[in-house]
Design a binder for this molecule. Structure first.
Ligand SMILES: [Zn+2]
Length: 440
């Protein structure tokens, strides 16, 4: 601590600094107030700056009255730099002085705050939202200039112009709209460029948690078009993309918890997904309306449960869930009851080792992974056809579990029965619940 703090106390230090600064720099009330923003509660920076100037004028007046003539010359400079507060005093002792413009904001900041708030209000009203966050682009001329003065005078108690603009614009928006500030999950982000005096509004993405049921086969989850065109004529993604106009959004991202093969149906409660609407103009669309628009009966049905926070996207994608599958399996050698019994016995709580299946090797790394089969139930439907209900970890390649993929998956049903097996149909019957807290 400098000695001056303990000897004279901070009050003295403040006024000395104010005088030192105003002797050299012209500052408006607001920009001066900001340099001492830590002191005084319940004051705006404009009021704080005005108070400091008033106190300084009183101090100079006292010195002059006590015969300190040196102060008259100081008064002339300070009156030029400090503005109207000193006018009366200057007129008595030094005559008429011309005011210089604020060195930091050129005298514009006060009116600029009002204009920025109005522009922000106009931009905001183009979007639907309950909350906002105000941000200020870094590195503005005002910010650079105020930092230079703060550093020159070793000030530690100042507030940046960005902070003041954020607060002042935020306050005005709160009174103009029925929105509230939200620092973590705002619906709308306002970005202010102080140099350009422009306001941009960026709506944050809307995340809808739901699930889809795929009643048809030969439907891919994602829209995928290869070099030779598309293999399948429809996808779940195409079905749900139809919701975009409801939100007047710019784009839609589809985050699902895993995926089933194109030829497998997704039944039961469906597969959890999050639909992320980018730059939505509208946010409050009835779930029933979204569901109706996104579904393509009789093939794809969508259900929406709630609006969730963005971090759930990561969770929904990373969670390994247990699944229940139904497989219709063909054996040209024929099945008997003994085979069904053997499968049930052998695949109770069994760890399966799987090398990446040959059918996806082109797209994925060749690795070995381990997944568990918890329980298998089976039924003979025909001498060549059996049905199996398989409870297993998410991420298990079920077709390979059955036919063995030329020994790349082991143990497999085919290996166990020593028969060639073919999967005719596959359905996902259940995908474990994905539980999240709602944002509202
Ligand atoms: Zn200023």
């Amino acid at each position: 601590m400098p000695a001056v703090y303990s000897v004279n106390g901070p009050r003295r230090v403040i006024m000395e600094k104010v005088k030192e600064i105003l002797l050299e720099h012209s500052l408006c009330d607001r920009c001066l107030g900001r340099l001492f923003a830590s002191y005084g509660l319940g004051l705006s920076n404009a009021l704080r700056g005005r108070a400091l100037k008033t106190a300084l004028a009183m101090q100079i007046h006292k010195e002059i009255m006590e015969g300190n003539t040196e102060e008259i010359e100081h008064l002339r400079k300070i009156a030029e730099n400090g503005g109207r507060v000193f006018d009366e005093l200057a007129r008595r002792y030094v005559g008429y002085v011309t005011h210089k413009k604020c060195e930091i904001c050129n005298g514009h900041l006060d009116s600029l705050l009002g204009k920025l708030a109005l522009r922000a209000y106009n931009e905001l009203s183009k979007y639907e939202g309950k909350s906002f966050l105000v941000g200020v682009k870094k590195g503005s001329q005002i910010a650079l200039k105020e930092r230079r003065i703060a550093e020159l005078y070793g000030l530690t108690s100042w507030e940046s112009v960005a902070r003041e603009v954020k607060r002042e614009v935020g306050k005005r928006l709160q009174s103009l709209t029925d929105m509230n500030p939200d620092f973590r999950y705002p619906d709308l982000i306002i970005v202010i460029d102080l140099d350009l005096r422009k306001v941009f509004v960026e709506p944050t993405p809307l995340h809808l948690l739901g699930s889809y049921v795929k009643l048809g086969r030969f439907i891919t989850q994602m829209l995928w078009i290869g070099k030779k065109g598309r293999n399948y004529s429809f996808s779940v993604e195409e079905s749900v993309r139809k919701i975009l106009p409801l939100f007047k959004g710019e784009d839609l991202l589809f985050h699902a918890s895993g995926r089933e093969d194109a030829d497998a149906r997704m039944l039961g409660d469906g597969r959890p997904l999050i639909l992320e609407v980018k730059r939505p103009v509208k946010r409050s669309v009835k779930f029933s309306k979204i569901e109706e628009k996104a579904s393509s009966p009789p093939w794809v049905l969508l259900k929406i449960d709630k609006v969730v926070k963005p971090e759930y996207v990561r969770r929904i994608k990373s969670d390994v869930k247990r699944k229940i599958y139904r497989a219709i399996v063909i054996s040209y050698d024929g099945f008997d009851e003994e085979d069904i019994y053997k499968i049930k016995e052998s695949f109770s709580n069994r760890v399966i080792s799987q090398k990446t299946p040959r059918r996806v090797l082109r797209r994925r790394k060749d690795i070995v992974r381990f997944r568990k089969v918890y329980e298998v139930d089976g039924m003979l439907l025909h001498k060549n056809i059996a049905e199996f209900i398989i409870h297993c970890d998410g991420g298990l390649y079920v077709k390979e579990l059955i036919h063995g993929d030329e020994g790349r998956t082991t143990p497999s049903f085919a290996e166990m029965l020593n028969k060639a097996l073919e999967v005719a149909f596959l359905d996902v019957l259940k995908h474990e619940e994905f539980e999240v807290a709602s944002t509202s």
